[in-house]
Ligand binder design. Sequence first.
Ligand SMILES: Cc1cc2nc3c(=O)[nH]c(=O)nc-3n(C[C@H](O)[C@H](O)[C@H](O)COP(=O)(O)O)c2cc1C
Length: 211
Amino acid sequence: MTKVLYITAHPHDDKQSYSMAVGKAFIEQYKQINPSHEVVHVDLYRENIPQIDVDVFSGWGKLQSGKGFEELSSEEKAKVGRLSELCEQFIAADKYVFVTPLWNFSFPPVMKAYIDSVAVAGKTFKYTEQGPVGLLTDKKAIHIQARGGIYSEGPAAEMEMGHRYLSIIMQFFGVPTFEGLFVEGHAAMPDKANEIKENAIARAKDQAHTF
Ligand SMILES: Cc1cc2nc3c(=O)[nH]c(=O)nc-3n(C[C@H](O)[C@H](O)[C@H](O)COP(=O)(O)O)c2cc1C
């Protein structure tokens, strides 16, 4: 069965957030078209997403030195175990739908913590004599993002680092298809905000047919 991870990095819901409103339109349409697919919501603001900290480093160090998982401290076990669980869930999925707002030219920090949990050598990529090679070559991904200004073209385009970062990571993991769906310019043109949002919702419903 096709498994889809709906990964959202937003503290608000679709009533307050443009990204979440467009994300919801996309995933609801996708579910209607593909009723047999399993869609799991990974809500990064509500789930436990450990940061790579001193416990994680010491836990990894113990495992690398040959110690068993049971020999880790309770903090190490909880964090290392959860990171590994997130990575296994990511690998087991076929498609990824990322939803983030643009904050200070990038996405919220919990999204980076999530990427750190899934970027694991031997799982999502591997090192070879020719350099690193991605292992997720049969996956597909889309990133839905609301941005107050315009970044898909024009002078600010090169300042956008959230979609660009995800694009590089997906490439690094070998994911062959990575789409972008943006709601942008509503802060710069408040009189057109509703039109911009409705237009993005319509595009989301269209894009759900081909995803
Ligand atoms: C903390 C924060 C940082 C932001 N940084 C930017 C930015 O760098 N560029 C921009 O155009 N808009 C920025 N905005 C505006 C948001 O991109 C805009 O409100 C967008 O709609 C947020 O997505 P949302 O509607 O899903 O919350 C920022 C908003 C917040 C709250």
